[in-house]
Design a protein around this ligand. Structure first.
Ligand code: SF4
Ligand code: SF4
Length: 168
């Protein structure tokens, strides 16, 4: 019975193969945006997170892909390679991120390429940073680029209704 479920519904993140893990990334590019963190609170609670629309210097802001993924650490040493263990501690993944959704026991949205079969739907749904982000090579001060949209679900999260057939 469970064998018919897709892998992200029947496997834990830690139990996925490398290929399954990599395919879980929807290519939205939101995690490649710079974030600002306020100082920790008096009891050590983590400071509030602010998103910016400023993308990492290696992100192609149209395709939303890393332009040098294999060698990215040479240019961006603090790029975080996600693992199941790290996910338990990370609090900055966007609510639309497939890794976060699966970790929280939720299903993927219709626009995820694994569901739609089309890598373009993540852009069509407004889930990606496509043409909404500016490269840090050009942006200037991060404080001038604080935005809230990366921390929210995209406006077109709901599955679009099939067009209604008009009576003949
Ligand atoms: S936010 Fe999640 S799904 Fe989107 S690019 Fe980053 S890791 Fe992939
Ligand atoms: S180095 Fe690549 S994967 Fe890492 S944050 Fe930058 S664009 Fe994203």
């Amino acid at each position: 019975m469970t064998e018919t479920l897709p892998f992200w519904k029947r496997k834990t993140l830690a139990g996925m193969t490398r290929a399954e893990w990599e395919s879980l990334c929807d290519g939205c590019g939101r995690c490649c945006l710079n974030k600002l963190r306020e100082e920790d609170g008096p009891n050590g609670e983590p400071g509030r997170l602010h998103w910016t629309d400023v993308a990492c210097r290696l992100l192609d802001t149209h395709s939303c892909r890393c332009s040098d993924y294999e060698n990215r650490k040479a240019t961006v040493p603090d790029c975080v390679k996600l693992t199941a263990r790290k996910l338990e501690k990370i609090d900055w993944l966007p609510p639309s991120c497939a890794y976060r959704l699966v970790a929280e026991g939720k299903d993927l949205y219709w626009w995820h390429p694994l569901v739609s079969g089309d890598p373009e739907t993540v852009h069509l749904a407004g889930a990606s940073v496509q043409d909404k982000a500016v490269s840090e090579r050009k942006a200037g001060a991060l404080e001038d680029h604080i935005v809230t949209w990366p921390g929210r679900l995209p406006p077109r999260s709901a599955r679009p209704r099939a067009p209604r057939k008009e009576p003949a």
